[in-house]
Design a protein around this ligand. Structure first.
Ligand code: SF4
Length: 397
């Protein structure tokens, strides 16, 4: 996005600046585009800086200081996965970059971009999110260095980390900062938003805050130091976080030296009407016109449709449930039909839809007939399909 584009919209300043490690593709499969459109639909002026240089803040400065905050994401992939293969060899390409070229984003992009924003706009609140921040929100095993790393919230020194799907949390963040606009912003203003993590000096300090956790019933995860000393503690922490995501009701906390990383309960997933509204936003389904080379990931998904979110399975090798959650949420059939019609009118339409689906298997329309908050199972589908798991395959046809 450029200053000229802001001027064309009659904007003299932005409310929110989003910085991403992917090229800018205005498509609902790209989280930054999705959140940009969602914020805009909720009344905020949003600018996107895609794949900025990281040796100087000059490109981050281009759109000016935003009024509320900057949101930072590494992009659709963890930046280390984007750069290295499972054999730790450097990749020669990057599907999220024009021309498919590798090297357009830094390693550990969330941390690097956060520092860049800090240099460009001292004192501006920085919120991190996306898959890299979400899956590194607590102490975790870093395959690339074969070491246990602490929460990316502490390494980046961001003010807030949004985990999972960010629509509710990002709007609440904007509203809270809007309410404090003009006043000195205290980090506590962002504490307590569902689906986020924040750092506090102590758990009791966090509990005293107006939107802090209850002083009982907080899941205490093994500390960073305990996990570093005994890797088995990582499994204890991971299972507790998975339970927190699954039951979606509890707070959790993890000590790291003198700091506590506090995790609020997951945000309530968007319901069918909200998903329908989100996917009806006016995405152009094209890369930004400034690009002169094709973006492989954009070509592949240009005519794909997202029908639902979440996955009911609890496969241990997969992180989808940790990010999107186990509660399935589906768009209405009417909304999907409207999107098909929109696609057929697109100037690039070539006559076929590449796929209709969600993050994993086709679970469109499936739901839990019981109370998932009280559920103790780690998987709706294994070792047998839960009697409360309902799926209408006739409707899918
Ligand atoms: S009760 Fe059954 S369907 Fe519902 S969340 Fe638990 S395992 Fe899944």
């Amino acid at each position: 996005m450029s200053r000229e584009e802001m001027a064309r919209r009659g904007w003299d300043a932005l409310d929110v600046l989003l910085v991403t490690g992917d090229a800018y593709v205005d498509h609902p499969s790209f989280g930054t585009a999705m959140l940009g459109r969602w914020l805009e639909a909720n009344g905020y002026r949003v600018g996107i800086v895609a794949q900025p240089r990281w040796d100087t803040p000059s490109e981050v400065l281009e759109l000016g200081r935003p009024k509320l905050f900057a949101g930072v994401t590494a992009g659709a992939l963890d930046s280390m996965l984007a750069h290295y293969t499972a054999f730790r060899k450097k990749r020669s390409d990057d599907a999220y970059t024009p021309g498919g070229r590798a090297g357009a984003r830094p390693n550990r992009a969330t941390i690097v971009y956060t520092n860049l924003v800090r240099q460009a706009f001292p004192g501006l609140p920085v919120v991190i999110g996306g898959i890299e921040a979400s899956l590194r929100r607590a102490t975790h095993y870093d395959f690339w260095t074969d070491k246990v790393r602490r929460s990316i919230l502490l390494d980046s020194k961001a003010d807030l980390l949004i985990y999972g799907m960010a629509e509710r949390a990002i709007i609440e963040t904007a509203r809270r900062l809007e309410a404090t606009s003009g006043d000195e912003i205290h980090a506590e203003a962002l504490w307590g938003i569902p689906g986020t993590a924040f750092a506090a000096s102590s758990l009791s300090r966090a509990c005293e805050a107006p939107d802090g956790p209850p002083d009982t019933d907080v899941v205490v995860l093994p500390s960073h130091e305990a996990i570093a000393a005994d890797p088995k503690e990582l499994m204890t922490a991971t299972l507790a976080i998975e339970r927190q995501v699954r039951q979606a009701a509890q707070w959790a906390v993890q000590a790291n030296g003198a700091r506590q990383v506090v995790f609020t309960p997951p945000a309530r997933p968007l319901d069918t009407a909200e998903l329908d509204a989100l996917y009806a936003l006016p995405f152009t389904r094209r890369a930004h016109p400034s690009y002169t080379e094709p973006i492989p990931a954009a070509d592949m998904i240009q005519f794909s449709i997202t029908s639902h979110r979440g996955c009911a399975a609890g496969c241990t090798f997969c992180s989808i449930a940790m990010h999107q959650g186990r509660r399935l949420r589906s768009r209405s059939a009417e909304s999907l039909e409207r999107e098909v019609l929109t696609l057929t009118r697109h100037p690039d339409w070539a006559g076929s839809i590449s796929d209709v689906g969600g993050p994993t298997a086709n679970m469109w329309g499936a739901r839990c007939r019981a109370n998932p908050e009280a559920c103790q199972r780690e998987d709706c589908l294994w070792p047998d399909i839960c009697a409360h798991f309902e799926m209408d395959e006739a409707a899918q046809v």
